[in-house]
Design a protein. Structure first.
Length: 94
């Protein structure tokens, strides 16, 4: 378990409801703080059909299914991929 001194709090949070295009989570225009690199947290606010496709810091893409309202995902995500994402609202933290 990490030391409490090594844990940094989330300082920026934004909700997304439009997944018609990929969302680059490294861009300030999408809520990312300068130099953040990746989102660290995603919470499913409204599950829709429960699918979420993410690209991680390594460039690999992962498809998550069966997500339900309230699921909290610790991540290192750089992008929400529109193709295959069927949740209807997420909260992202940096």
């Amino acid at each position: 378990m990490p030391s409490p001194d090594s844990i940094t709090p989330l300082v920026h949070v934004r909700e997304f409801t439009d997944f018609g295009a990929d969302i680059d989570l490294r861009l300030a225009a999408n809520g990312a703080p300068a130099g953040s690199g990746a989102a660290r947290y995603i919470e499913v606010v409204t599950a829709g059909s429960g699918g979420l496709v993410l690209t991680g810091t390594s460039g690999n893409t992962i498809t998550l299914s069966g997500l339900v309202q309230g699921d909290r995902l610790p991540v290192q995500a750089t992008k929400i991929v529109s193709s295959g994402t069927t949740v209807t609202k997420v909260r992202v933290g940096w």
